[in-house]
Design a protein around this ligand. Structure first.
Ligand SMILES: O=C(O)CCC(=O)C(=O)O
Ligand SMILES: [Fe+2]
Length: 235
C-alpha cells in the first residue's frame, strides 16, 4: 500500500476504493453478530417524517457499544491507521463505528452529504468495510460524483436523479471505501436479502464531535439529534 499516493487520489476525487484491503475471514466474522442483531428486525430508530422525507431506508447499529471485538480488530488494522494518517493528518479523531443495515426492497439512500459543506475544511471521513459482494444483482451499489466534495452544496432537486458524471461503486467482500463527508453520494435500491456496510467514521483534529448531526439532502437539511428538518430546500 502506498498511503501517500492513495491520500492524494482521495483529496482529488473525494473517495477511494481499495479491493482486498481487509482479511476475508475477519469480514466473514462480522456477518454473524450483524445478522444476530438485526434478525430481531428492530424498529427504525428514526421517526416517520425522516424516513419519508430523506428516503433513507437504513437501520443503524453501533456495535462497539455492545463490546464487539472483531469490530475493534478492524478499527485497529495497521494499514487502515496508516491510510487514515495520510488522509487526515496527525491527531485525527475516531468518531464512531456504525453498521448501516437495509432489508430487501429498501430504496437505499437518496443523494446526500453527511455534513454541511459550508466550511470546506470541516468534514467527516467515512471508512467503509464490506463483508459481502455488492453487484448489480444484489443492488445496494454506492454512487458518488467524483470531485463533488470540492463543488460545495449538493444542489437542491430530485433526491434520486442521475448525475451525468456519477460513478457506481461495487465493493466486494474485503473492499475498503473512503468517502469524504462532502462528496455527493447515494446508495441504490437493495435487491438481495439484505445489505450492510460497516462505517468507521473519523475526522481531522479539532473537528466537532457532532459534525455529522446535520445531513444535507436535496430536499432538506435534517438534524438527527432532535429529529427535525432544519431547512426545507426547494427544487
Ligand atoms: O453504505 C455505503 O456504501 C455508504 C453509506 C453512506 O452514505 C455513508 O457512509 O455515509
Ligand atoms: Fe453518507
Amino acid at each position: 500500500m502506498n498511503a501517500s499516493v492513495l491520500a492524494k487520489r482521495f483529496h482529488q476525487d473525494g473517495y477511494l476504493l481499495v479491493e482486498n484491503f481487509f482479511d476475508p475471514g475477519l469480514m466473514r466474522r462480522l456477518e454473524k453478530p450483524v445478522l444476530a442483531h438485526f434478525s430481531g428486525d428492530p424498529d427504525f430508530l428514526h421517526n416517520d417524517e425522516f424516513l419519508r422525507k430523506a428516503q433513507t431506508d437504513v437501520i443503524p447499529w453501533f456495535p462497539q457499544n455492545d463490546g464487539g471485538s472483531d469490530f475493534d480488530t478492524v478499527d485497529d488494522d495497521g494499514d487502515l491507521q496508516r491510510l487514515t494518517d495520510a488522509v487526515l493528518g496527525v491527531g485525527w479523531q475516531n468518531l464512531y463505528c456504525m453498521v448501516m443495515f437495509s432489508k430487501q426492497g429498501s430504496v437505499g439512500q437518496a443523494w446526500h452529504q453527511d455534513c454541511s459543506p459550508d466550511d470546506p475544511t470541516r468534514f467527516n471521513l467515512n471508512r467503509l468495510a464490506y463483508s459481502s459482494d455488492i453487484d448489480d444483482e444484489t443492488g445496494g451499489q454506492t454512487v458518488v460524483v467524483p470531485g463533488s466534495h470540492r463543488r460545495g452544496l449538493l444542489p437542491a432537486g430530485d433526491p434520486w436523479a442521475t448525475f451525468q458524471d456519477e460513478v457506481i461503486l461495487r465493493p466486494k467482500a474485503g473492499t475498503l471505501v473512503f468517502l469524504h463527508g462532502h462528496i455527493w453520494h447515494r446508495v441504490l435500491p437493495v435487491h438481495g436479502e439484505y445489505r450492510y456496510s460497516t462505517n468507521y467514521r473519523a475526522a481531522p483534529a479539532g473537528t466537532a464531535a457532532d459534525i455529522t448531526d446535520v445531513c444535507v439532502y436535496r430536499n432538506m437539511r435534517y438534524r438527527f439529534s432532535t429529529e427535525e428538518v432544519v431547512e426545507e430546500r426547494g427544487a
